[in-house]
Ligand binder design. Structure first.
Ligand SMILES: [Zn+2]
Ligand SMILES: [Zn+2]
Length: 362
């Protein structure tokens, strides 16, 4: 099968004919219909994240159709429509049982299947699976728990976005922070994740709902997704602007970029009793410095959110239902479509801030 392969960080991906083995016990083979192009994959490709196993097929945001199932698979059969999850869940450990499966303690070794091997290979060498699901490949073998069945009447190119950016953004608001109706909220970064945090704010009725970015083009997307105010951080001081708009600071701030300065601004923009939710992952080794005096007295909270604290079997179908009910925008997120051999252009446009979300369509 065809897949773009990352051989070396900082170098373009190369489309290769990659060998794909049959699914083993507890695994399924998925024919990919579409894959989003995520910033995390760009970080892995451009070298801002270290420790990446190579060669590798990237992609953590896919949807497709189950083609075959391995022995022992009980929740899926050929023909099922699925959204891929990059967060494997065992269903039995402390965190899975207590409702926080994102923190599952029995994950497979990084970029491999549960048995420690890969299903992809090239000229006899193993090829690693980014985010377990390697959704840039036209076919992928994934653990059963990474293929979440959904209703068949939702278009799979739209549904693909639920596999990473939509869940990471909206569920940070709905699950991690549980923002109440009418709370004030500000989001740093109006890209694929940030626009979805904004969507989460729209769904719960956050007011005012403020976007902060450094690109006017992205702030225009933020306007279409329901923000009441937009701040360009290259022209205005976002901390002063958020305080000006909200009066006492924001009840909730979300940082949807991997940038330490944005985290500091989001923390400094909080109202007393407010919560700052960090979604973005900064470069390896980055350190956040905050004023320790501002924590206890004003009861402010700094919270991390991975994958929107998703319970994939519940949240993926819920987000599909919200989309089909007209309460979650997916069509509007997709601003660019690419063929598999245009993936390097997709990364260039993403890095340049030109897209809301680009997708590869197979
Ligand atoms: Zn992603
Ligand atoms: Zn678990």
């Amino acid at each position: 099968m065809k897949a773009p392969v990352l051989f070396e960080q900082g170098k373009p991906l190369v489309v290769e004919e990659v060998e794909l083995a049959e699914p083993c016990e507890g695994e399924v083979l998925v024919r990919m219909v579409a894959s989003g192009v995520c910033h995390s994959c760009l970080h892995a490709a451009d070298g801002s994240w270290q420790g990446v196993l190579l060669p590798m097929v990237l992609g953590d945001e896919g949807a497709g159709v189950v083609e075959a199932v391995g022995p022992g698979v009980s929740t899926l059969r050929a023909g099922d429509h699925v959204i891929l999850s990059w967060s494997p869940t065992c269903g039995r450990c402390h965190y899975c049982v207590t409702g926080r499966p994102v923190l599952c303690q029995r994950k497979p070794p990084r970029n491999r299947m549960y048995d420690g091997t890969t299903r992809m290979s090239l000229r006899g060498q193993p090829v690693y699976h980014y985010g377990t699901v390697a959704s840039f490949a036209s076919y992928s073998v994934v653990p059963e728990c990474c293929a979440i069945p959904i209703r068949p009447d939702v278009p799979l190119d739209k549904a693909a976005l639920i596999g990473c950016s939509v869940t990471t953004g909206t569920c940070a608001v709905l699950n991690t922070a549980r923002v109440p109706a009418g709370a004030s909220m500000a989001v740093w970064g109006a890209g694929g994740i940030g626009l979805n945090a904004i969507q989460g704010g729209t769904i719960v009725g956050a007011t005012p709902l403020i976007a902060v970015d450094v690109h006017d083009s992205k702030l225009e997307y933020a306007r279409r997704f329901g923000t009441t105010h937009r701040i360009n951080a290259t022209r205005d001081d976002p901390v002063a602007a958020v305080r000006d708009i909200t009066g006492r600071g924001a009840d909730y701030t979300f940082v949807a970029v991997g940038d330490v300065r944005a985290m500091q601004q989001a923390w400094n923009s909080l109202a007393p009793g407010g919560t700052c939710v960090v979604i973005g992952v900064p470069a390896t080794g980055a350190v956040l410095t905050i004023d320790a005096n501002g924590i206890a007295g004003s009861e402010r909270r700094l919270v991390g959110s991975a994958y929107g604290s998703a319970r994939t079997y519940v949240d993926f179908p819920r987000l599909v239902d919200l989309y089909l009910a007209g309460k979650l925008k997916l069509d509007e997120l997709i601003t660019h479509r690419y063929a598999i051999d245009e993936v390097n252009e997709a990364f260039r446009a993403l890095a340049a801030g030109e897209v809301a979300r680009g997708i590869i369509v197979f």
